[in-house]
Design a protein around this ligand. Structure first.
Ligand SMILES: Cc1cc2nc3c(=O)[nH]c(=O)nc-3n(C[C@H](O)[C@H](O)[C@H](O)COP(=O)(O)OP(=O)(O)OC[C@H]3O[C@@H](n4cnc5c(N)ncnc54)[C@H](O)[C@@H]3O)c2cc1C
Length: 275
């Protein structure tokens, strides 16, 4: 596998610190040598509740961060936990964003995707890359990680909000089109966020002849390729093993990408459909 380790045994570790990013998003800090690469995820076990995939938001070799949005039963239980409480961690798992020395990158994030993209930016700067960091959100209340990103010397931050309450008014895809026209050359586009956003980002990169990598985040249960829950139609590729980071050239031909995902029971849920 692509990561430094492929550790299927859970470790139980203490939450060292909890940072509130917004009303519904927290960052959990752990003292642990995880050895993750940007784009990889861990399976996070909330004792007595459930285990869920969460992307690594930062890893300096001795400390790592997970940024979590409270959306359901497991994340809700996590939000009730305190600093010093224990959670289980397996991983790191999955593929990662490959950064080449000196690349000019456009990182496009929506929602909690700003967190794993921050980890990409940190690592890209170590490889002398130029970074255009684009964040799209409904309104300013949903824009995450701005202070952390502005603290990175060498990263240009571009923000778009649908209602114009922060930055450019409109979609992050419009912003991406502008950035591609304005800067001399973008070598690669990396994106993480809602699937429909990633699809439109991928299409823009495709039309512009730029390599693009997306994070294919299907419902995952085991994280290690055993259960088959995250098999992607129509190839059966397992998003937890051959992903989650995949090249858009491949992903754009999958019949389900940008159209539907499957719930815990495997039922198809079309994007835009009411649950
Ligand atoms: C590789 C990967 C990385 C992830 N990284 C993060 C992260 O860094 N931060 C974060 O907050 N979340 C992340 N997620 C999503 C997180 O795992 C889910 O939101 C998780 O289901 C939350 O568990 P829950 O019990 O709180 O909510 P659930 O009760 O499981 O789900 C709440 C709602 O979200 C829907 N849902 C759950 N998972 C998905 C999915 N993969 N795609 C579309 N809809 C889904 C469910 O159908 C349900 O409607 C990631 C998912 C994957 C696959």
């Amino acid at each position: 596998m692509d990561g430094k380790k492929f550790d299927t045994k859970p470790v139980t570790i203490r939450i060292k610190k909890i940072i509130q990013e917004s009303d519904t998003v927290n960052t959990y800090v752990f003292d642990y040598e995880l050895g993750a690469k940007p784009g990889q995820f861990v399976m996070m076990w909330i004792p007595g509740v459930d285990e869920k995939p969460i992307s690594v938001a930062y890893d300096d070799g001795s400390e790592f961060w997970l940024t979590v949005c409270n959306v359901g039963h497991a994340t809700d239980a996590l939000f009730k936990m305190k600093e010093g409480d224990f959670v289980g961690i397996r991983g790191p798992f999955g593929t990662y964003y490959r950064i080449d020395e000196g690349d000019h990158l456009a990182l496009v994030a929506g929602g909690y995707g700003a967190a794993p993209m921050y980890f990409v930016a940190v690592e890209a700067l170590k490889l002398n890359c130029k970074v255009e960091f684009l964040i799209g959100a409904r309104s300013k209340d949903f824009v995450l990680y701005t202070k952390k990103i502005l603290g990175l010397h060498g990263v240009n931050l571009h923000i778009s909000t649908n209602d114009g309450s922060m930055g450019f008014t409109g979609l992050v895809t419009n912003l991406l089109e502008n950035v591609i026209l304005e800067v001399e050359k973008i070598d690669k586009v990396f994106t993480c966020g809602p699937e429909m956003m990633m699809k439109f980002v991928g299409d823009i990169a495709w039309k512009s002849g730029i390599d693009c990598y997306v994070s294919v985040e299907k419902y995952m249960k085991c994280g290690v390729g055993v259960c088959g829950q995250c098999a992607v139609d129509s190839t059966g590729v397992l998003a937890c093993r051959q992903g989650s980071v995949m090249k858009y050239n491949y992903v754009r031909d999958l019949c389900e990408f940008g159209k539907y995902h499957r719930d815990a029971q495997g039922k198809k849920i079309y994007f835009g459909e009411k649950k």
